[in-house]
Design a protein around this ligand. Sequence first.
Ligand SMILES: NC(=O)c1ccc[n+]([C@@H]2O[C@H](COP(=O)([O-])OP(=O)(O)OC[C@H]3O[C@@H](n4cnc5c(N)ncnc54)[C@H](O)[C@@H]3O)[C@@H](O)[C@H]2O)c1
Length: 393
Amino acid sequence: MSFNRTLSIIGGAGHVGFPLALAFANKNYNVNIIDLNQKNLNKIKKGITPFYELGAEKILKKSLKSKKLFFSNTLESIKLSKYVIICIGTPINSKMQPKTKVFYNFFYKLFKYINKNHTIIIRSSVFPGIIEKIAKKFKSQNNNISYCPERIVQSKALIELPILPQIISGTSDKAISDSVNLFKKITKKIMISTIKEAEIIKLYSNANRYINFAIANQLYLLCEKQNVSFERVRNLMQIGYERNINLPSAGFSAGPCLLKDTMQLRSFYRGNFELGLAAMKINERNIVDLIIKKVKDIKNYKTKTIGLMGVAFKAETDDTRDSLSIKIIKKLMRIKLKVIYTDEYYSDRKTYEIKTFLNKSDVIIIGAPHKKYKKIKFPKDKKYIDIWNIVKK
Ligand SMILES: NC(=O)c1ccc[n+]([C@@H]2O[C@H](COP(=O)([O-])OP(=O)(O)OC[C@H]3O[C@@H](n4cnc5c(N)ncnc54)[C@H](O)[C@@H]3O)[C@@H](O)[C@H]2O)c1
């Protein structure tokens, strides 16, 4: 059988799958992008990137021109590929529990089309143990499953993919050697681990960042209670004192990965992950409560127009998934306040253009601290709620 689409990427129109597809197409692989999101598939086919991703547009146009990209919305087309790479989402529910069944059940559909020649590469961030469970269930059909977690920072995938070491683990030597042969085409350094190690490395990498941000946010909350400037305290703590250098700045720590993966770990260890839980409380609840309190502390706040500046979950992205700004907007609306918003990258029919936004808002909350906001001359007659300290800078 000829594998005329060397690799199929399931979830290939998503934040992890799409840049990966481009990275391989750029190395002359024929890449089959499989995704249920027809709207995004259509955009990609037309040379439009479905979301903000640095450097993607140029490679997309080049790959379309050289006919390296193929498109499908059905799993059946994996028959044409040797490698099947899975990049679908692994969300948690409103109780912060991973939806493992959805991910596991996906493999029942996938394995209808899998044969012994395929090498299956799981790239999604998974609940520990699930790879081995899948491997055991479908062993008689195919024993070449590898787990190669993605560790890029969102929207900089094409910059980071070639430089980040790729962790590779697998259920067989063939799964590992096939995956090494593939990934060494797009990255310099490969590290082999067991599946269990790879699972914990991936999740704890995100938990580590999430907890670190919570350490700064905790200090911010303590400083606020004392009416002391967090920025000054942090600055003075770090001058000539190396041991404090790793203290990040305070801010909104959210998005589709850090919280979710911390909660996946917490769920796996049946709640015995105290630091993870504490970080979630600080980043997700206490910081939001503080912002709402700051709004309510403003005289006549009920008559004010509250402006949220930067609704993406972090700077330099258009992704609003699990954004704290959105959470704050909803909370303010629930208490019947007039809220407007703007963003440098994200737009919908309600987003304001920046000039009108600055004019119309009485109170401005800085959400995502996009680089351009740091250059703005903020009007003096407004109230600011600015955990990032970008207004004063
Ligand atoms: N976003 C990141 O920066 C990042 C970084 C590292 C790891 N991850 C992990 O990678 C995984 C994917 O995350 P993402 O941010 O790319 O999610 P995403 O929602 O942007 O992309 C997932 C894509 O999969 C598609 N999809 C879902 N089910 C499908 C199915 N049955 N068949 C075909 N397509 C299907 C969706 O339509 C979507 O386009 C998650 O496990 C995430 O935790 C994400």
